[in-house]
Ligand binder design. Structure first.
Ligand code: ADP
Length: 449
C-alpha cells in the first residue's frame, strides 16, 4: 500500500479523498491555488503545497506544478478526483512515466472512452446497445441529412470530444440541420480542438440512468447497481438516487450486465460509470463512460456498503477486489442533493463569505462538504459547495429524511439552492418518481416567481 498520496483537486472531493487516506493510514498531500489558502482540503491534509494563482488553468490544471508538488513531497500516487485533470489521459501518462501511480484506469481506456465516436465503436463490438444514429463521425451535410432522415427527427448533433453538457445541438427539422451541423462542428473545433461530430436520434422522454463499475488489475470487474440521475438542469445533475425507482429487477440485470460488458471491453481498472438513457418502455442505450469517480458516488456507497474511494486506492495499489458480484447486495434507498452557492431559481452564482454554517445531522444523514462558518467561497470555481446524502429503508422514508435534513441546513451570508430542493422534494411528480430528464427544466419554466 502507498505511504503518501497527492490529491490533484480541491473542494469536497479533495476532502473526501483525504478522509479515505486517513482511514487507510496513508499520508495525504493537498495542492491548492492562491484563492484556496483557507480551504478545508488544504487544512485537513498532512501536507499542503500552493501550486499557483486562482485561475484553474494556472493551478488545478497546471500539470507541471502538480508534478513538482508530488516530487517535492515524495508522493507515490496521484488521485485526480473529478473534473480538472481527472479524464486527461495525457496527465495520467505523465504521472505513470514519472514513476508514480495513477489512481484511475489506464490512459488507453481513458482515451477510448474520452472520445465519444471511438467509445461507441468499441461498445458496438461489445454488444452494448447504442442510440440509433451515425456509425461514426459524420463529415458532411449530405451524410448528416441521410442519417437524420433514417433515424427520424428530432436528432442531436454531438461533438465527439464534448463533455459536461457542452457541444450538443438538438435539431427538429431537416431545414434546421445544415446550420446546426456547421455550428456544432465549429464550436467543437474551437472548444475542444477537435471538430469531429456525430448524430444520434434525440430521445424525447428518456431517463438518465448510470451503472457504477469497479475493476481491479487481476481481471475482475463488478457492478454496484445503478443510479437515477434524471433531475438535471443544463445537463447538470441536481439530485441523484440509488437504486432507480423506475428500474425493475429484470431490467436491472440487463442494464448492469451491459455496464460490466462496456467496462470489460476496455479492460477497465478502478471506479467508472457507464451512462445510459432509458426510454419509457425500458429500452436503454449507452451514451458515454466517465472514467473517474463521480460526484454522486455516495448514494451507491450507501446502498452497497462499499467505500468506492478506498477501493480506487486499493486496486491502484494492485490489490484484488475482496468481493465477487454475488457478494454485493443493495439495501434500502439513498438520495443525494447537491448544494450550490447560487440563486435557487435564477441560478446566478453567489460567491462570498459564509457567515453561519450549520450542517444537518442525525440518523442516516451524510454531509460531504468543505465549507465552514467564516469561509469565503471564491468566485473562480464550480458553485457546488457540498452534498447532503440520506439513506432509509425505502424511497418514501428516504425523501422524508432528506426533507428534514435540508430543512436543518443553515447557510447564511450567501444564497444557496436549498429552497429548490425543498420544493422539488415536495413535488408530487418527484414523489411518485414520475419524471424524465426534462422534468426539472419544464417545472422551472412553469414556475411563477
Ligand atoms: P456530456 O459528455 O456532455 O455529459 P452526454 O452524452 O453524457 O454528454 O449527454 C448529457 C445529457 O444530454 C444526457 O444526460 C441527456 O440529458 C442529454 N442527451 C444526450 N444524448 C441524448 C439523446 N440522444 N437524446 C436525448 N437526450 C440526450
Amino acid at each position: 500500500m502507498f505511504h503518501k498520496i497527492l490529491i490533484a483537486n480541491r473542494g469536497e472531493i479533495a476532502v473526501r479523498i483525504i478522509r479515505a487516506c486517513k482511514e487507510l493510514g496513508i499520508r495525504s498531500v493537498a495542492v491548492y491555488s492562491e484563492a484556496d489558502r483557507d480551504s478545508m482540503h488544504a487544512r485537513l491534509a498532512d501536507e499542503s503545497v500552493c501550486i499557483g494563482p486562482a485561475a484553474g488553468a494556472q493551478s488545478y490544471l497546471n500539470i507541471a506544478a502538480i508534478m513538482a508538488a508530488a516530487e517535492l513531497t515524495d508522493a507515490q500516487a496521484i488521485h485526480p478526483g473529478y473534473g480538472f485533470l481527472a479524464e486527461n489521459a495525457e496527465f495520467a501518462e505523465i504521472v505513470i512515466e514519472s514513476g508514480l501511480t495513477w489512481i484511475g484506469p489506464s490512459p488507453e481506456s481513458m482515451r477510448i472512452m474520452g472520445d465519444k465516436v471511438s467509445a461507441k465503436q468499441k461498445m458496438e463490438v461489445a454488444g452494448v446497445p447504442l442510440v440509433p444514429g451515425s456509425d461514426g463521425a459524420v463529415s458532411d451535410i449530405e451524410e448528416a441529412k441521410a442519417i437524420a432522415r433514417k433515424a427520424g427527427f428530432p436528432v442531436i448533433v454531438k461533438a465527439s470530444a464534448g463533455g459536461g453538457g457542452r457541444g450538443m445541438k438538438v435539431v427538429h427539422s431537416e431545414a434546421a440541420l445544415p446550420n446546426a451541423f456547421s455550428m456544432c462542428k465549429n464550436e467543437a473545433g474551437a472548444a475542444f480542438g477537435d471538430d469531429t461530430v456525430f448524430i444520434e436520434k434525440f430521445l424525447e422522454e428518456p431517463r438518465h440512468i448510470e451503472v457504477q463499475v469497479l475493476g481491479d488489475t487481476h481481471g475482475n470487474i463488478v457492478h454496484l447497481f445503478e443510479r437515477e440521475c434524471s433531475m438535471q438542469r443544463n445537463n447538470q445533475k441536481v439530485l441523484e438516487e440509488a437504486p432507480s425507482p423506475f428500474v425493475d429487477e429484470e431490467t436491472r440485470e440487463k442494464l448492469c450486465a451491459a455496464g460490466v460488458a462496456a467496462a470489460r471491453a476496455v479492460n477497465y481498472v478502478g471506479a467508472g460509470t457507464i451512462e445510459f438513457l432509458m426510454n419509457p418502455d425500458k429500452s436503454f442505450y449507452f451514451i458515454e463512460m466517465n472514467t473517474r469517480i463521480q460526484v454522486e458516488h455516495p448514494v451507491t456507497e450507501w446502498i452497497t456498503g462499499v467505500d468506492l474511494i478506498e477501493w480506487q486506492i486499493r486496486v491502484a495499489a494492485g490489490e484484488e477486489l475482496a468481493f465477487r458480484q454475488s457478494d454485493i447486495k443493495k439495501k434500502g434507498h439513498a438520495i443525494e442533493c447537491r448544494i450550490n452557492a447560487e440563486h435557487p431559481f435564477r441560478f446566478t452564482p453567489s460567491p462570498g463569505t459564509i457567515e453561519l454554517y450549520h450542517a444537518p445531522g442525525g440518523r442516516s444523514v451524510r454531509v460531504d462538504s468543505f465549507v465552514y462558518t467564516g469561509y469565503r467561497i471564491p468566485p473562480h470555481y464550480d458553485s457546488m459547495i457540498g452534498k447532503i446524502i440520506t439513506h432509509a429503508r425505502d424511497r418514501q422514508k428516504c425523501i422524508r429524511r432528506m426533507q428534514r435534513a435540508i430543512d436543518e441546513l443553515v447557510i447564511l451570508g450567501v444564497t444557496t439552492n436549498q429552497e429548490l430542493h425543498q420544493r422539488l422534494l415536495a413535488n408530487p411528480g418527484f414523489q411518485k418518481a414520475d419524471f424524465n430528464i426534462h422534468f426539472l427544466e419544464r417545472w422551472l419554466s412553469q414556475m411563477h416567481l
